[in-house]
Design a protein around this ligand. Structure first.
Ligand code: PLP
Length: 373
């Protein structure tokens, strides 16, 4: 068990580290942006998957949380967090039964809807329970994953929801995940503006038909500060911004100094002064190198204070790195690596070892890791 007060460099590796000061500053920054712009904040907890961090975000002013999985929502609800958007299209009976359990516990739950068949199924299944299920219409703002097209299709769904006794419409939302493939900050800005407009204009179209839309929600870490300023938007849902990572710095969204999550690694081999092997393979770092077409990250993680090192490939237990010129690193040296993508890396560990200036200050569980259903 890591001991408070000790140096992180005494820990066994690989270990997941969380810089408390950077985390707190990232949480405060999201909350400040929301407050200054009169927005509600509903951070996506898929990034950290931790009850403790979700509660820090709520204490900082978040109105509720977003999850992707019912399992994540169940963990958070059991810990007393009661305002949850499951931003995922759900229609299967076994899943709806779990939603009903959450409603029985008093959770203010909402889920994503994006088609008429789903509405029909949800209405039938929910009619077996005493609850009305709050649904938010998911709009496609360019990611081309889930969601209806903005405008007319949203209005048709909104009218259909108003006719279903067991459903109620609470909001319209979108996620501009395609911002991760944008080659420049100016393209990210364009995507953010369209993200905001897709939701705001759909909400206006519904209101012209006499259907009020209480929540108009947007958010991806690259775009939420742009989309959140579009007139008519009243909620943002950043996820990754709680930690940031090398993909975000590659996009130009933030600086490496604001990345709160790192993996502590040990050099387990040095070969012909040109290759290092680290004990961080794909069981400790992720294979993600950013969205297709975006070449802004170097290797499989940013090695702090060692620009001469590039992690070229990962097998499960080995990270193989090249050395550009000379390096002081040798066998048993310990380094910190900022992962390319923080969210899947947090899913690989049971705990964060929390530190301030490299001194351990706590250990926080990652309770919702591995909750895939
Ligand atoms: C629906 C939804 N909202 C918000 C987010 C948060 O995005 P990001 O982690 O880029 O902030 C995601 C991430 O996948 C998402 O799917």
């Amino acid at each position: 068990m890591p001991q408070a007060g000790k140096s992180i460099y005494e820990l066994d590796t690989p270990t997941l580290l969380l810089d408390k000061d950077k985390l707190e500053s990232n949480i405060a920054d999201m909350a400040r942006f929301a407050k200054e712009n009169g927005l509600m904040l509903r951070p996506h907890i898929k990034t950290h998957k931790s009850v403790h961090i979700a509660k820090l975000q709520l204490e900082a002013g978040a109105a509720g949380i977003t999850t992707a999985k019912i399992g994540e929502a169940e963990v958070m609800a059991n810990a007393g967090i009661k305002d949850i958007l499951i931003a995922y299209p759900i229609a299967a009976k076994k899943k709806v039964n779990r939603l009903i359990n959450l409603l029985d516990q008093g959770v203010h739950l909402k889920i994503a809807v994006d088609n008429h068949e789903q509405l029909e199924l949800l209405d039938q299944l929910m009619s077996q329970s005493p609850h009305q299920l709050e649904v938010w219409i998911k709009v496609n703002s360019g990611l081309n994953r889930c969601g209806v097209e903005p405008g007319n299709e949203v209005v048709k769904l909104a009218i259909d929801i108003s006719l279903k006794k067991s459903l109620k419409l609470g909001g319209i939302f979108t996620h501009a995940g395609h911002s991760y493939a944008a080659p420049s900050m100016s393209e990210i800005e364009q995507i953010g503006l369209l993200e905001g407009k897709a939701v705001a204009e759909s909400a206006e179209a519904c209101e012209r038909e006499g259907i009020p839309i209480a929540v108009r929600s947007v958010g991806s870490t690259p775009t939420y500060k742009i989309a959140g300023k579009v007139k008519g938007i009243n909620e943002v849902r950043p996820g990754n911004a709680v930690f940031f990572d090398a993909i975000q710095t590659g996009l130009g969204v933030t600086d490496i100094d604001r990345c709160a999550l790192s993996v502590l690694a040990t050099v387990v081999g040095k070969y012909r002064n040109s290759r290092l092997v680290l004990d961080t393979g794909s069981k400790a770092l992720c294979l993600d190198q950013g969205a297709h077409g975006n070449k802004s990250v170097k290797g499989f993680g940013h090695v702090i204070s060692h620009p001469e090192i590039t992690i070229e490939r990962l097998s499960e237990e080995h990270g193989v790195a090249s050395i550009d010129g000379e390096t002081s690193l040798g066998l048993n040296d310990v380094i910190q690596i900022i992962p390319n993508h923080a969210c899947p890396v947090a899913n690989l560990f049971d705990q964060y070892v929390v530190h301030q200036n490299d001194k351990i200050v706590g250990v926080w569980d990652i309770e919702a890791r591995g909750k895939v259903t």
